[in-house]
Design a protein around this ligand. Structure first.
Ligand SMILES: [Zn+2]
Length: 473
């Protein structure tokens, strides 16, 4: 058992029912005999806990964005344009300008010559539409960290400041995760920076009311996914300290939906290092009650003290933690205290080239030496992947045992920042769902279990097809 004593009361542990069935041997037999497609189906059907490391925006699939951005009933009656024509000198256009997206109010301000370079999303020809979708994900050889940070994010452009579109994407993610049997989504989402169709800033409380109303609609509720938010600041900006203070106050005032605070953005450019924020965090802690912190750290190629420094900032969850093996004192601390969880993002780390060879990823070392970990999707829309792809990667690369799989899901709930009473319910529900799963695939002969997998219909995307040749529909 790896429950952190500081996170869960003992009474709660005793309340979690333990399955009577030993499913471990059956799981090993399934891994040994099932085809890759059957293993994938099994992991798709697997009850999952929470996705604790998820960026709204990066999580959005291009096809979902296209559908919402071209539907006035879902996009608030706006029109979106993308820069798809480049006249005589296409090579002179910066990569981030290709398929950069703008809204109607911006389009109207352009000169006729520049306007001619933009195409209304609805008017894209089928091949252009496919290219537009591909422009928002890492799907081609050679696309990696630079494409992700410097091209794809800027290219999204004003798709990101439409409140209706961002909110629709939240619900699309809930639907897709719900289908994958995820119970909890703790996504990095804010309501600042949205603008109206005529380009005026939307007040945060007004935006919040809109989001709450959408989350209360029947289709969102039907997903069964509990959603909470983290407020995230970009650590490398010149005004990041002020943004941190502002965000801290926002979370404190909206703890029903926002349960924690995060700092994201590339660590390696000399502007976003953790020590920079130590004094700011200390002054905030002098003014506000405890606020849970999950902070990106150690998403680096080389050796540094970022994870240790981030613990000093007060974080109880570390995003990525890729270079922890190079800091043995801090690794030992995490192994011994088991108080801090590392949010592992396997596909992200592979595609952004922090661990291009996943057999060398530190995840199994953390998992098997007592550092609490869970699996997460990070920017799944831009990876063209889903949550099952993370589990399939982990099982295939590290031969996870059944107890390890159950532990990953349990950790993702136990270390979530959701309110204690909701957490207790999610954990009890997780144990119940795992028991049902064990019964479904554990009873009868192995052949019966394999036959049942034919009933599972995974929804998969480009990542599983390109990486393993797995395509279900
Ligand atoms: Zn991240």
């Amino acid at each position: 058992m790896r429950f952190p004593a500081t996170v869960l009361p003992i009474a709660l542990l005793l309340a979690v029912p333990v399955s009577g069935m030993d499913f471990s041997a059956r799981f090993d037999a399934l891994k040994a005999t099932a085809t890759p497609a059957q293993v994938y189906a099994l992991l798709y059907a697997l009850p999952k806990g929470g996705d604790l490391h998820n960026h709204s925006g990066g999580a959005d699939r291009a096809e979902w964005l296209f559908a919402a951005a071209t539907d006035p009933a879902r996009n608030g009656g706006d029109s979106f344009y993308t820069r798809a024509n480049f006249g005589a000198q296409p090579d002179a256009i910066a990569p981030a300008e290709r398929f950069r997206n703008i809204r109607q109010h911006t389009y109207e301000l352009l000169s006729p010559a520049v306007r001619a370079e933009f195409v209304r999303l609805d008017d894209l020809l089928p091949a252009e539409r496919a290219a537009w979708c591909d422009s928002l994900r890492l799907d081609a050889p050679g696309e990696g960290r630079a494409e992700f940070f410097q091209v794809i994010w800027p290219r999204r452009g004003q798709l990101g400041d439409s409140l209706p579109v961002a909110t629709e994407m939240l619900v699309e993610n809930m639907k897709a995760f719900g289908a994958e049997h995820l119970a909890y989504l703790e996504t990095q989402f804010g309501v600042d920076g949205f603008v109206t169709n005529d380009g005026r800033a939307i007040a945060t409380e007004e935006a919040l009311a809109f989001v709450k109303q959408r989350l209360a609609q029947p289709d969102a509720l039907a997903t069964g996914v509990t959603v909470r938010f983290q407020k995230t600041i970009l650590r490398f900006l010149p005004n990041a300290e002020a943004k941190l203070a502002e965000s801290y106050a926002w979370v404190e005032a909206h703890r029903d939906l926002w349960v924690g605070l995060n700092m994201a953005g590339i660590e390696e450019n000399g502007h976003g290092y953790p020590r920079r924020f130590l004094e700011t965090f200390r002054s905030l802690r002098a003014r506000f009650p405890t606020l849970p912190l999950s902070i990106h750290a150690g998403e680096m190629d080389g050796n540094d003290s970022h994870i240790r420094d981030t613990l000093l900032l007060g974080a109880t969850r570390i995003g990525h933690g890729v270079n922890l093996l190079q800091d043995p004192d801090t690794l030992l601390l995490l192994q011994q205290t088991r108080r801090v969880l590392i949010e592992v993002n396997l596909i992200s780390n592979r595609l952004l080239e922090y661990t291009p060879d996943l057999t060398r990823h530190p995840f199994p070392e953390y998992l098997r030496t007592g550092v609490p970990v869970c699996l997460n999707t990070d920017d799944r829309g831009m990876w063209d992947s889903n949550f099952t792809d993370e589990y399939f990667t982990a099982v295939k690369t590290f031969d996870l045992s059944w107890s390890e799989i159950v532990e990953l899901g349990r950790n993702s709930l136990a270390y979530s920042f959701v309110q204690p009473e909701v957490k207790a319910k999610l954990l009890v529900d997780y144990a119940r769902r795992i028991t049902t799963f064990e019964e479904t695939y554990g009873e009868g002969r192995l052949a019966d279990a394999l036959a049942k997998l034919a009933e599972v219909q995974p929804v998969t995307y480009g990542y599983s097809k390109r990486t393993w040749g797995l395509e279900f529909r």
